[in-house]
Ligand binder design. Structure first.
Ligand code: SAH
Length: 358
């Protein structure tokens, strides 16, 4: 561990002050270094700095820029999955997806996760630590350095972003800054399992990022059985916070609903879900702008949930449509590289412990 501040977690003015005060560097050098970091370049690649200076800085400064440990590219749709190694040897994953509206990166916010959702691979070993702002920024920057040309960010990888609130806020400030990566808040979405208090705090920050809620159930009994967070913030508390988020920011709320065979995928449950949306999101009889993403659950080796049949997914979507709820079934990207779950990190961790236990 290091007690030095992380230079890639700093804004341009913070970095300039730090480098001029502590290392006597002129302002233009600090500008050069800031630009390189935003581009995802490590010290080795900072080619307009002398070799001696690069060596000195890489020995003396702390920079949490992640390194690409492994890169998988889908032969089917070009989706790219990165396994990143962090400065302390931990691993995280990011996925780059190509859409007609631009390239989107799905980033991690923590090493592991403490939320305990029963169907999720990322939470199996609990949470090791929270990511630094620079480690979230670094995933975007390093992917760009590798040619990804990112225009959209979803915080939907490993971890619960609202459980790492302060670092996520600093990351959002850095990534939206016009001195930095300059990615607009409208191109960023944050997915949460439902920390209602933090949703209300986030609303007050007025970033205007899109909020995506992992709902996955239409009643408290079912939700608590698959998502422990529901025991703290139940569906009523969560949806009231979402309504407040919409009122404050004017941003449409998006809901994730993972379909698990026999658990939450019946047309009756679709109707109950629609009832919930009308209860919490209607104004003068009209529904506020919401969107539901239906995701057939990804079967995870360590979990025994079965994915819903194509027929069940279709019926669920139709039941929502009949109630005039905007819903789409999520297209599965990168199926040949297992793009959507935290299993690459788990196998890298397993390999690491096999090596260290030898
Ligand atoms: N902690 C945040 C973000 C990370 S999880 C959250 O809960 O939203 C990203 C999304 O993947 C969430 O909607 C989560 O519920 C979903 N997810 C996790 N495991 C899954 C699985 N096995 N199949 C389908 N979706 C899954």
């Amino acid at each position: 561990m290091t007690d030095k501040p992380d230079i890639i977690s700093m804004s341009k003015s913070e970095l300039t002050a730090y480098l001029t005060e502590n290392y006597g560097l002129p302002r233009f050098r600090a500008d050069q270094i800031f630009k390189w970091l935003c581009k995802g370049a490590g010290f080795d690649n900072m080619t307009n700095l002398s070799k001696e200076l690069r060596k000195k800085l890489s020995e003396e400064l702390f920079c949490s820029l992640p390194k690409i440990e492994k890169k998988l590219v889908s032969k089917i749709d070009g989706t790219v999955k990165y396994l990143f190694k962090l400065y302390d040897g931990n691993y995280i994953e990011s996925v780059v997806m190509h859409y007609s509206h631009g390239n989107t990166i799905c980033i991690s916010s923590e090493v592991g996760c403490n939320m305990g959702c029963r169907f999720c691979a990322s939470t199996i070993g609990g949470m090791t630590r929270k990511l630094l702002p620079g480690e979230m920024l670094g995933q975007v920057a390093v992917a760009n350095f590798d040619g990804a040309d990112i225009s959209n960010i979803v915080m939907m990888g490993i971890g619960e972003p609202l459980d790492n609130y302060d670092n996520v806020i600093q990351f959002l400030k850095l990534v939206t800054s016009d001195e930095g990566l300059n990615i607009g808040a409208r191109h960023i979405s944050l997915s949460t399992c439902g920390l209602a208090d933090k949703i209300l705090e986030l609303a007050k920050e007025e970033f205007g990022i899109t909020l995506s809620i992992s709902l996955h159930a239409c009643d408290d009994e079912t939700r608590s059985a698959i998502m422990p967070i529901n025991n703290k913030w139940n569906i009523g508390a969560l949806l009231s916070a979402c309504r407040e988020y919409f009122i404050t920011t004017g941003r449409r709320i998006s809901f994730e609903y993972t379909l698990i065979a026999g658990k939450n995928d019946s047309p009756l449950q679709a109707n109950k879900l629609a009832d919930l949306f009308y209860k919490y999101f209607s104004e003068n009889g009209r529904l506020l702008p919401i969107h539901v993403n239906l995701i057939p659950v990804n079967e995870v080796a360590e979990r025994d949930f079965e994915t819903s049949s194509v027929e069940a997914v279709k019926k669920f979507a139709e039941a929502l449509e009949k109630r005039r709820i905007n819903a789409t079934v999520r297209r599965k990207l990168g199926p040949d590289i297992n793009a959507s779950c935290g299993q690459l990190r788990r196998s890298a961790e397993k390999e690491k412990s096999l090596i260290t236990n030898k």
